[in-house]
Design a binder for this molecule. Structure first.
Ligand code: 5GP
Ligand code: ZN
Length: 113
């Protein structure tokens, strides 16, 4: 298995898991860009947002709602937080298994870099 996130999901590489269920795993980013930087990752391997199709609609909804739930648990619901999917090279995607970044705990600039 060559995909890094498939390996983390399978437990082959240790990660600091913050949530898991039948569809999703969430773990702390190894290079956090904010006090909270969690990656919400589906167990199914989908390389980029370009390969998301209607069969994934419920899954993507679950990812977004899970991000909101983790943010709320950590006290960031009121103050605010950011969710990001990077898609392909120009957006800076480096791991080709879709993941939703959840960032919070500091003021986040807009537009992003
Ligand atoms: P992308 O740049 O593809 O949107 O995001 C990939 C993210 O995965 C980066 O923020 C990077 O820090 C994180 N990452 C890369 N390798 C590992 C790893 O082995 N473990 C964890 N927990 N995160 C990783
Ligand atoms: Zn994968």
């Amino acid at each position: 298995m060559s995909c890094l996130f498939c390996r983390i999901i399978a437990g082959e590489i240790p990660g600091s898991r913050v949530y898991e269920d039948a569809e999703l795993v969430a773990f702390d980013d190894i290079h956090p860009q904010a006090p909270m930087h969690v990656l919400i990752v589906p167990r199914v391997h989908v390389p980029t947002l370009n390969e998301v199709d209607p069969s994934h609609d419920a899954l993507v909804g679950s990812m977004i709602r899970r991000a909101a739930a983790i943010a709320a648990e950590r006290g960031y619901a009121e103050g605010g937080y950011r969710t990001v999917f990077n898609c392909n090279a120009q957006a800076g995607q480096t791991v080709f298994h879709i993941h939703l970044h959840l960032l919070g705990g500091r003021t986040l600039a807009w537009p992003p870099g």
